[in-house]
Design a protein around this ligand. Sequence first.
Ligand SMILES: Cc1ncc(COP(=O)(O)O)c(C=O)c1O
Length: 389
Amino acid sequence: MSTYFDHNATTPVAPEVVAAMAEALASTFGNASSVHAYGQRAKAAIDEARASVATLIGAEAAEVVFTAGGTEADNLALRGAAEAMEARGRKRLVTSTIEHEAVLNTCRHLARRGYDWATVPATTDGVVTTAALEAVLTPATAMVSVMHANNEIGTIQPIAELAQLAHARGALLHTDAVQSLGKIPVDVRALGADLLSLSAHKFNGPKGAGALWIKRGTRLLPTVTGGKHERNRRAGTENVPAIVGLGVAARLAGGKLGAEAARVAALRDRLEEGILGGVPGTAVNGARGSRVPNTSNISFDRVEAESLLIALDLEGIAVSTGSACSSGTLEPSHVLRAMGLSTHRTQNSLRFSLGMFSTDAEVDRVVEVLPRLVEKLRGLTQKPVGARG
Ligand SMILES: Cc1ncc(COP(=O)(O)O)c(C=O)c1O
């Protein structure tokens, strides 16, 4: 039996999405900008998807701009709004330290081009507080960007309060909702944000399809220039099958938020209890109370996460680590590091992320095999039992 517990990396595409995309690929090939019937069919398919996305997030359809995924949506939000706000003398960008690389590296790039970039630290629980944000806001702040839910630990950020504070100082608020959409209710008005990013492949849609919600009246310059597509905010002939897939995934996600989210939360909690109870020297990273229902990030004392990940993979169980192995060096998770966890703990943590097709039997299997794998790996290390790294 194989087990996929890496839904925060990406999700399997729902059969309904596959069917709708195949149909669009085969039949809806017109260019949505064309006046003839073929073009109008493509435009109608895009309009329908836009309405579905808007309904899911409580927005107006005209406020939704399709992009080629979450990374591009984040880029459009940060670069587009930063450039537009520059005319008002605001050149400061503020993000949390636990953002995704799509936000952090975009800000890094903008900082090299003369923008002032400040970061807000997260607590050891992985939460960004209004007090921490207040300390870095200045009259020059153009935009605050804080993610709705964190991809590694799942913690949900108090976006409504952060938005209120940002607005009081004349700054825009962007939230990367890539990891919250389809897991918890996302309502742009309740969040009080100005811009919100989403990505289809995180909620059973296709990769390379996403959207940026831009509140009506928000000034933003396009980052991809060309034709007049997407109301002049994102040029390029629309990828109709991908957009159709995003629309169907959005409709399905809307229906999953109740009973399905509770089912996944119960599975995640059982997995967590099973691991904490069955494997000594384990602890959950991040606030357990305020998390998306599918995510659990657990540290395993005296075990290198990469080794455990590989051992689990050999058992047919797919999980992930926030660490990135580049050029032979193990880079600890920037999220766990930003939360102030010890270097050892940042390197011995695994993320388990469940989804729509996860089952009780899969949870049982992971809980059953983990104690043996951990014991074996601990036996291979040089350190005496009880020693902490
Ligand atoms: C929080 C967050 N933002 C942005 C992205 C990037 O989205 P995409 O893969 O659609 O470019 C991801 C994907 O891992 C993510 O988890």
